[in-house]
Design a protein around this ligand. Structure first.
Ligand code: SAH
Ligand code: SF4
Ligand code: F3S
Length: 467
């Protein structure tokens, strides 16, 4: 047991989850133990998100609570990292006297020095320098103290050069930079050796991986990762529709480990709004890409993101969005009310949409999508799917049910629950990490139920039917 403890609270996207692991490993190296509450910690780090006003607000309410805690425990140190830290820098220190240090999205490699300095001098410090090339340290993958999971994120590129007019990412993550392929492959080899079976590659626009640097392109990177033994499944997010190439579409069918799921954020179905968003594709370009994806892979699951109430969006524009949902029949969607981001140009656009109109549109969009998701789930009943087992279902584990319920995901990323029976009193095997064939027998709004047909070694199990 070390004498110092750290609590890390992560807000925001998968890239922040990945970064928090890298932050954690640095702190373990400095003699900290990780704890699961701020109350038990000597140091609290919040890894923040600036994508919408609400995300930023979460930080301020957490800081309010930490300020109270610090009154009772004056030695507590508080550090703020991530996208709000990058955006606000010094201003955070002025706003909240309880904060000891602020570090931006490119400062993780310099964190040890920063914290040592704060520990020694007690001086409040800010490091929000954006480097040309953020540090590329993946030694976390070798550290056994990072809790091992079946599925892990691996960032393959940082930043973004697309400048969609609503988006803060290019300002808080810097210019697009791709990591060298050999670093990515080494990292995934290490993860595979430690038991990871599924990798989700992260980038704001993975389709443009390696283009600026002249590394291999994204489909070639996928091919090389596919060659890594013990990695059973590869996923990636996010793809930008304008850069979705024919070669990548083909990779879904030629590379057997690549999951048949694409997250392809469309944002709006209106050409006028897409133009104002600077997305650089049209409604019909998008539909053409979906047609091609389904031509190559008929079972392709498609998910997307929408922003409703972008400045200038009228009812006719919104109808174009609803029409696009009807045409595509997404498996699921994330939808957000447009939120002004001060550094992004759309915050200065005219014709802002009222909050109640945004709420109304969001409600109508989600209502329509609910029906599409149900239909998509129902259409899977009777199909045979190969699932990667992630572990016991958390709810079933909590309720201590006699029959163990397991959870896995299909190639299309649908959640499937199942259980085994007829085990004649023999102990339940640990199925975590196995690839199992299941036949889908029931569908629910957020998941499916499957009957196991065979495991990866073709040993047949009989699963219990849900009553
Ligand atoms: N790189 C990804 C998006 C990353 S941000 C892409 O190009 O699609 C994740 C999602 O947040 C976006 O797809 C968008 O739907 C939403 N988002 C981004 N900025 C927003 C804003 N200002 N208001 C509301 N939603 C926003
Ligand atoms: Fe933001 Fe657009 Fe870049 Fe996505 S592609 S991160 S939405 S600027
Ligand atoms: Fe949020 Fe930064 Fe991710 S703004 S969505 S944490 S890149």
């Amino acid at each position: 047991m070390n004498s110092k403890t750290v609590y890390i609270h992560t807000l925001g996207c998968q890239m922040n989850v990945y970064d928090s692991d890298r932050i954690c490993i640095r702190l373990l190296g400095m003699g900290y133990d990780r704890v699961s509450s701020a109350e038990a910690a000597d140091l609290v780090i919040i890894n923040t998100c600036a994508i919408r006003a609400k995300a930023e607000q979460k930080l301020y309410s957490l800081v309010g609570r930490l300020a109270d805690l610090k009154k009772k425990k004056p030695a507590l140190r508080i550090g703020i990292g991530g996208c709000v830290a990058q955006q606000e820098g010094e201003k955070l220190l002025n706003r909240a006297p309880c904060i000891d240090f602020v570090f931006g999205t490119h400062a993780i490699g310099r964190l040890n020095d920063l914290i040592t300095q704060v520990e020694r001098s007690g001086r409040r410090t800010v490091d929000v320098k954006l480097a040309d090339c953020p540090d590329d340290d993946f030694s976390y993958a070798m550290n056994p103290s990072i809790s091992r999971q079946i599925s892990r994120f691996v960032t393959i590129m940082t930043g973004c050069d697309n400048y969609c007019t609503y988006c803060v990412v290019p300002y808080v993550r810097g210019a697009e930079v791709s990591r060298p392929p050999e670093h990515i492959l080494d990292e995934i080899h290490m993860l595979a050796d430690s038991g990871v079976r599924e990798i989700t590659l992260l980038g704001q626009n993975v389709n443009s991986y390696g283009q600026k640097e002249g590394w291999c392109n994204f489909p070639e990177l996928l091919k090389q990762i596919s060659g890594i033994e013990n990695i059973s499944r590869i996923r990636f997010t996010t793809s930008h529709p304008k850069d979705l190439s024919e070669e990548l579409i083909q990779a879904f069918s030629t590379l057997k480990k690549v999951g048949h799921h694409i997250h392809l954020p469309v944002q709006s179905g209106s050409d006028r709004i897409l133009k104002r968003m600077n997305r650089r594709y049209t409604h019909s370009d998008y539909l053409a890409k979906i047609d091609r994806l389904r031509e190559i892979c008929p079972d392709m699951a498609v998910t997307t993101d929408f922003i409703v109430g972008f400045p200038g969006e009228d009812e006719a524009d919104f109808q174009d969005t609803l029409n696009l949902i009807q045409a595509v029949q997404f498996d699921s969607v994330f939808a957000f009310k447009y939120s002004d981001r001060p550094s992004a140009p759309a915050s200065r656009f005219s014709n802002k949409v009222d909050e109640d109109v945004k709420s109304d549109r969001l409600g109508r969009l989600l209502e329509l999508q609910k029906k599409c998701t149900l239909r998509r789930h129902q259409s899977l009943i009777g199909t045979r799917q190969v699932i990667l087992v992630e572990g016991r279902s958390p709810r079933a584990a909590e309720s201590n049910q006699a029959i163990v319920q397991w959870t896995g995901r299909t190639s299309g990323n649908h959640i499937v629950h199942f259980s085994l029976h007829n085990r004649n009193g023999s102990p339940e095997p640990d199925l975590t990490g196995q690839m199992l064939s299941v036949q889908i027998s029931r569908s629910f709004p957020h998941s499916l139920w499957g009957d196991v047909i065979a495991d990866e070694t073709d040993k047949v199990y009989f699963s219990s039917k849900q009553s």
